[in-house]
Design a binder for this molecule. Structure first.
Ligand SMILES: [Zn+2]
Length: 221
């Protein structure tokens, strides 16, 4: 992080105090490092490569999201696609993401995807809850799976104007996958807290209202 510094953040609200210690688990880190293709040279210099249990740094904050991705279904060993998204999101991300890099970024995006690589930027670790970080990995994985954003944001969108939206829920794009994950995490996520699940619901509704050119026609009550 030679060109940026850690912004102020609240680990209680974001879930890092809950998930950070769980992700401080060498076997998980070793598995995830290979499974998602963490590129060593992009995760040192302050991003936490030498300090993987420090919940204020990107490595642990990413591992927390991966822990959540792995263990939020009741029967988390069952990753069949016939089950709800909590089961298969890890598998989908694992299949799609071959390379993961950390950057400061310029503040315009929290993440980006190209080829089979995903870049993560400062806002990913410090503006997003652990659950949203997990859903962002699924969002980017969906891009790698061949679904680009295909529409402009609806007028008045919190995300501005121009491209970056999905045309509809039925397009089954990155926003739909992301909302689906947050929705299921709210509805049936395990090993979490009511507060974190409520925040996941709010985030999902934000996307429902602002990231689809044609509103899906529902919100998560
Ligand atoms: Zn996207």
């Amino acid at each position: 992080m030679s060109t940026c510094t850690v912004p102020s953040h609240d680990n209680a609200t974001s879930g890092d105090n809950l998930y950070g210690p769980r992700a401080c688990w060498q076997e998980l880190v070793n598995w995830a490092w290979a499974a998602f293709g963490f590129q060593n040279q992009y995760w040192d210099d302050g991003f936490g490569y030498e300090d993987a249990c420090n919940r204020d740094l990107p490595v642990n904050r990413t591992m927390s999201a991966i822990w959540l991705l792995c263990y939020s279904a009741e029967d988390y060993n069952n990753d069949e696609y016939s089950n709800n998204c909590l089961h298969w999101a890890r598998r989908y991300c694992w299949n799609q993401i071959d390379s993961l890099k950390a950057f400061c970024g310029d503040g315009s995006a929290v993440a980006s995807a190209s080829g089979s690589n995903v870049n993560l930027y400062l806002g990913y670790w410090y503006d997003q809850d652990v659950s949203v970080r997990a859903s962002t990995l699924l969002h980017e994985a969906r891009h790698l799976g061949g679904k680009s954003h295909n529409a402009n944001f609806p007028s008045g969108s919190a995300f501005g104007s121009g491209g970056g939206a999905d045309s509809s829920w039925g397009y089954e794009g990155a926003w739909m996958y992301e909302v689906l994950y947050l929705w299921w995490f709210y509805a049936d996520g395990r090993r979490s807290t009511t507060a974190l699940k409520q925040r996941a619901r709010q985030e999902a509704n934000l996307y429902i209202d602002n990231a689809f050119a044609t509103h899906p026609g529902f919100n998560i009550a």
